[in-house]
Design a protein around this ligand. Structure first.
Ligand SMILES: N=C(N)NCCCC(=O)O
Ligand SMILES: [Zn+2]
Ligand SMILES: [Zn+2]
Length: 317
């Protein structure tokens, strides 16, 4: 993991204050500034698949802004995520806002190119539509994966207004396409109203298990992490985190808010409980900064991305 090299980390915040300097994720180098990388944080500014409030196309820029305070050492995971591995900001994957099918193809191609040499991507959305091309790219490299999906919503609808590619449908497409290992995937944080009880039956048929948000009250974050670990075991894992898994109090800046969600502390605690899993890719999606206040949502999303990069680094070398 790049340990033969001296990895280039963040700008020194004692020389260039954190509100100054480039707008890369965590003030890390751009992809073109280093020879090679282990982990790329990459934006996908796309929100043409949303069913309610638009605006997640501005998510990548907001999450980069919300990442300026992140420091080199993550005590919660006892890891120096930017020293243990070369992490870069790979910019944004440009995609067509007027043709969802074309955008899905562009995102998959962009992520395949980015990860072709074995680097892993942490993708910043964008709406949840983009998890489908991200899963296609990850499985092209690693084969079918165990999906661990944090969200208020199942996102396993069939179509919406006749459209198969939306932010409510990526995981039904992924299951249909054989991208997911059978009986290894889980939704975490599910809550809120549904159109029909059959939505849950369909979802179970696709091989998901559900850790409902209300279970957090009973088993707590450590219990939730245990359930996820027992489900995925040593499978290659793709982590998809819809920021609306958080309660609107902790993530107001999102397109389809649902009351009664996790606190940011609970989500971070669950994620930290997933160390040691074989994570092959991840995303953080659905940050829509127009509805945010004081960067509440973008700071939470940036911290989630930091924990993901830390999970990819493993223990301190
Ligand atoms: N936020 C995501 N990914 N999906 C929301 C779909 C549910 C709805 O429109 O009510
Ligand atoms: Zn959602
Ligand atoms: Zn979602």
């Amino acid at each position: 993991m790049g340990r033969d090299h001296t990895n280039i980390g963040q700008l020194n915040a004692l020389e260039i204050p954190r509100y100054a300097g480039p707008a890369t994720f965590a003030r890390l180098p751009r992809r073109d500034e280093v020879e090679r990388f282990d982990v790329a944080v990459v934006g996908v500014p796309f929100d043409s698949g949303v069913t309610y409030r638009p605006g997640a196309r501005f998510g990548p820029a907001a999450v980069r802004q919300g990442s300026r305070l992140l420091k080199p050492y993550n005590p919660a995971q006892d890891v120096m995520p930017f020293a243990a591995q070369q992490v870069v900001d790979a910019g944004d994957i440009a995609c067509n806002p007027f043709d969802i099918g074309a955008a899905v193809v562009q995102v998959e191609a962009g992520l395949r190119e980015l990860t072709a040499d074995g680097g892993r991507a942490v993708t910043i959305g964008g709406d949840h539509t983009i998890a489908l091309p991200a899963l296609r790219a990850a499985t092209a490299m690693h084969g079918p994966v165990a999906l661990v999906h944090f969200d208020a919503h199942l996102d396993t609808w069939d179509t919406y207004f006749g459209e198969p590619y939306t932010h409510g449908t990526p995981f039904r497409r992924a299951a249909e396409e054989g991208l997911l290992m059978r009986d290894a995937s889980a939704h975490v944080g599910i809550r809120g109203s549904l159109y029909d009880p059959r939505d849950l039956d369909d979802d179970a048929r696709f091989g998901f298990t559900i850790v409902h948000c209300a279970e957090m009250d009973v088993i707590g974050p450590h219990g939730v992490a245990e359930r996820v670990r027992a489900r995925v075991q040593d499978a290659p894992v793709y982590l998809s985190i819809d920021i609306d898994v958080l309660d609107p109090a902790f993530a107001p800046g999102t397109g389809t808010p649902e009351s009664g969600g996790m606190s940011s502390r609970e989500l971070l605690s669950v994620l930290r409980g997933l160390s040691g899993l074989n994570i092959v890719g991840a995303d953080v999606v659905e940050v829509a900064p127009a509805y945010d206040h004081a960067e509440i949502t973008s700071v939470a999303a940036a911290t989630v991305a930091y924990e993901l990069v830390s999970l990819l680094a493993g223990k301190r070398p």
